[in-house]
Design a protein around this ligand. Structure first.
Ligand SMILES: O=C(O)C1=C[C@@H](OP(=O)(O)O)[C@@H](O)[C@H](O)C1
Ligand SMILES: C=C(OP(=O)(O)O)C(=O)O
Length: 466
C-alpha cells in the first residue's frame, strides 16, 4: 500500500509514490482512474448526527458518551460553541478508526461569549436556540461566506419566542442573542423553505422551553425532510416525543432529554462521491458500516445510483455499487430526471455524474442550494461549463446537456461538496485541478487520503494510474 503524503503543487505526472499533488493552498490534481475499481472502505461519522447529538447532550439531564463521532471542522465548531455555553466535552478513547469518542457533561448554560459558526449550517441554526436558553449575551459570527447564508427565519423565530436578538437587519450573521436563562416557547410559525435546519434547530431545544413548542411551517417548500425526521428520531432515542398532528406541524411538550450512550453512523452523504466512482471507473466500491435503517438521506443513494446504470446491493452492514465496465470501460451513463428536494445534500455528486452522462439530465427541487456553502447551482454550472460542459441554471435546479469535458481548474468556493464533485469528474477527465481540496475538512478531512488510497487501489494493491 502506498503512503498518502502532500507533495508539490505541480499537476501530473504522478510518480509512484506521489499520490496526491497538493500545495499549501490546497490545490489538488484530481486523479484519473485507469481501470475498474475493487474498493472497500469505511467512512467517518455523520456530520448531521454528530452535531445533533452534541446539542442534545449539552441539553440533556445527564452525561452522554458519543461513540464514533465525526471529527471535522463542522463538529469542532459545534464542540467549541457548546463549550462556550457551559458544556464540558472531553475526548475519550474509543474503538473508532477515525478518532476519539466524546464524553459530554451538560452544565448550567451560560452566555457572554462569541460563537464562531465557520461555514457550518448546523452550528448557525442549532446553537442560537441553545444560546437563548443560556444566561448572558452570545455573539454569533462565522466565515465571510457564512454571512451570506439565510438566518432571518431563526432570528425572527427567536424574537417571536420573546428572545432579544440584535442584528444588522440583513437576516444573516453576525447577530447577538441575549439569553435570559429561559425561553417560554409556545406557538410559533416559521417559513423554513430556505433550510430544514430552522425546524431542526428549534425542535432540538424545544423540550427545554418552559411551555414546549408548537411549530408550524408556513412556507411553500420544505426541503430536506429526512433531516427533520433525523432530528425527531434523535430526540426519540433520548426519550423525547415529537408529535406531528399534520404535515408541517410539530409539537414538543417540555420534557427531560436523557443522556446515555449514542453511536454515530458513518456519513452516508459523504459516501456519495466514493460510490459514484464505481460508475465512472467501473468495478465495485463497497462502503462498510452501512446501517440497516437510517434517517440519513444518503440512504437514498441505494435507489438513485441505479438510475445511472449501476447495480446496488446492500447486505448486513455494507452497501456495494457495481458500475460494470464503467464509463471508462465504454459503458454509457444515462442522464436522469430527478426531484432532489429531499436530498439536496446529495445534489453536487449527482450533478457530477450527470455531467458525464450521455443523455440530458434535469435535477430540480434544489433552489435552496443557493443558500448552502455557496450558491451551489451557480457554482456547479460555472465549473462544469468551465470544463466545456453545458449546464443551465433553472430557478430550482439544473439542466445538464451532454458535452465533452476537458481538464482545467475547478474552483471550490470554500465548499467541500464542490471539491468532491470535481474529483468525480476528474476520474474521467484528465487534467482537472481542484482549487482547494482542504475544503473537504468541513465534514471529511480524510477525503483525499481515502480517495487515493482506498478507492483507487486495484485488486493487486496498485493505485490506478498514479
Ligand atoms: O440538518 C442537517 O444536518 C442538514 C440539513 C440540510 O440542510 P438544508 O435543509 O439547509 O438543505 C442538509 O443540506 C445539510 O447538509 C445538513
Ligand atoms: C449544506 C451542507 O452543509 P451545512 O450543514 O453547512 O448546511 C452540506 O454539507 O451539504
Amino acid at each position: 500500500m502506498q503512503v498518502f503524503r502532500y507533495s508539490g503543487p505541480e499537476f501530473s505526472p504522478y510518480g509512484d509514490d506521489e499520490l496526491v499533488a497538493t500545495d499549501d493552498t490546497g490545490t489538488w490534481s484530481a486523479p484519473t482512474a485507469s481501470g475498474p475499481l475493487d474498493a472497500r472502505l469505511q467512512l467517518p461519522g455523520s456530520k448531521s448526527l454528530t452535531n445533533r447529538e452534541l446539542v442534545l447532550s449539552a441539553l440533556a439531564a445527564e452525561p452522554t458518551l458519543i461513540r464514533r463521532p465525526l471529527h471535522s471542522r463542522d463538529s469542532a465548531l459545534m464542540i467549541e460553541a457548546l463549550r462556550n455555553l457551559g458544556t464540558t466535552i472531553e475526548e475519550v478513547e474509543g474503538d473508532g478508526e477515525f478518532g476519539s469518542d466524546l464524553l459530554v457533561t451538560p452544565g448550567e448554560l451560560v452566555g457572554s461569549s462569541t460563537i464562531d459558526c465557520g461555514l457550518a449550517g448546523t452550528v448557525m441554526r442549532f446553537a442560537p436556540p441553545v444560546a437563548a436558553l443560556s444566561l448572558g449575551p452570545v455573539v454569533f459570527d462565522g466565515d465571510a461566506s457564512a454571512r451570506r447564508r439565510p438566518m432571518r427565519t431563526m432570528i425572527d423565530a427567536l424574537r417571536t419566542l420573546g428572545v432579544d436578538v440584535n442584528d444588522d437587519g440583513r437576516g444573516a450573521l453576525p447577530f447577538s442573542v441575549y439569553g435570559t436563562g429561559a425561553v417560554e416557547g409556545g406557538e410559533l410559525e416559521i417559513d423554513a423553505s430556505a433550510s430544514s435546519q430552522f425546524v431542526s434547530g428549534l425542535l432540538l431545544s424545544a423540550p427545554r422551553f418552559t411551555k414546549g413548542l408548537r411549530l408550524r411551517h408556513v412556507g411553500e417548500h420544505l426541503p430536506s425532510m429526512p433531516h427533520i425526521e433525523m432530528t425527531i428520531e434523535c430526540l426519540a432515542a433520548r426519550g423525547v416525543t415529537v408529535e406531528s398532528p399534520e404535515v408541517g406541524v410539530w409539537t414538543v411538550a417540555p420534557q427531560t432529554i436523557r443522556g446515555g450512550e449514542i453511536a454515530i453512523e458513518p456519513d452516508l452523504s459523504n459516501a456519495a462521491p466514493f460510490l459514484a466512482a464505481a460508475i465512472v471507473a467501473g468495478g465495485t466500491v463497497t462502503v462498510d458500516g452501512w446501517p440497516d435503517a437510517t434517517t440519513q438521506v444518503g440512504a437514498h443513494l441505494e435507489h438513485i445510483l441505479p438510475l445511472f446504470g449501476a447495480t446496488v446491493t446492500r447486505g448486513d452492514g455494507w452497501l456495494t455499487v457495481d458500475g460494470g465496465a464503467g464509463l471508462l470501460g465504454g459503458k454509457d451513463i444515462p442522464g436522469i430526471d430527478l426531484d432532489l428536494s429531499a436530498g439536496g445534500e446529495l445534489a453536487p455528486a449527482i450533478v457530477g455524474l450527470a455531467a458525464l452522462a450521455s443523455t440530458p439530465s434535469r435535477i430540480t427541487g434544489i433552489g435552496h442550494l443557493r443558500g448552502h456553502e455557496t450558491d451551489r447551482l451557480a457554482a456547479l454550472a460555472a465549473e462544469i461549463n468551465g470544463l466545456g460542459g453545458s449546464v443551465t441554471e433553472l430557478d430550482d435546479g439544473l439542466d445538464i446537456t451532454p458535452a465533452p469535458l476537458t481538464g482545467g481548474l475547478w474552483h471550490t468556493y470554500e465548499d467541500h461538496r464542490m471539491a468532491t464533485t470535481g474529483a468525480i469528474i476528474g476520474l474521467a477527465v484528465p487534467g482537472v485541478v481542484i482549487e482547494d481540496i482542504t475544503t473537504t475538512s468541513k465534514t471529511l478531512p480524510q477525503f483525499a487520503e481515502l480517495w487515493t488510497q482506498r478507492t483507487l487501489v486495484s485488486p493487486s494493491g496498485q493505485t490506478e494510474t498514479l
